[in-house]
Unconditional design. Structure first.
Length: 102
């Protein structure tokens, strides 16, 4: 079961999670890749991570761009699952050769 993060932890997320911002109570990240195939391939890898956690992002893709927003809808805020998924996405990005911009 997911647990809401305390206000102090939420306030520090933008500093502790490289590339992520707090936007309207969500963790937000925008990425650019070399092309559509690279962006979609990245999304497929994230989908596997999300499914393993049982926690799925709100996201969109337009050609080489991927926009990700994380929140735990049923708890009405950011939870430990959002933090875990953001950390796993960052780990995946460290090994992604086709990402062109943060």
């Amino acid at each position: 079961m997911a647990t809401l993060l305390c206000a102090e932890t939420v306030a520090g997320l933008a500093h502790s999670l490289a590339g992520w911002q707090l936007r309207e109570g969500r963790l937000h990240r925008e990425l650019r890749f070399a092309d559509f195939v690279a962006a979609f391939g990245f999304m497929a890898q994230v989908a596997l991570l999300a499914e393993a956690l049982g926690h799925h992002p709100d996201w969109s893709n337009s050609w080489n761009q991927v926009v990700i927003d994380l929140t735990t809808h049923d708890l009405g805020g950011l939870s430990d699952l959002d933090l875990e998924l953001a950390q796993r996405i960052n780990q995946l990005l460290e090994t992604s050769p086709n990402r062109t911009l943060p």
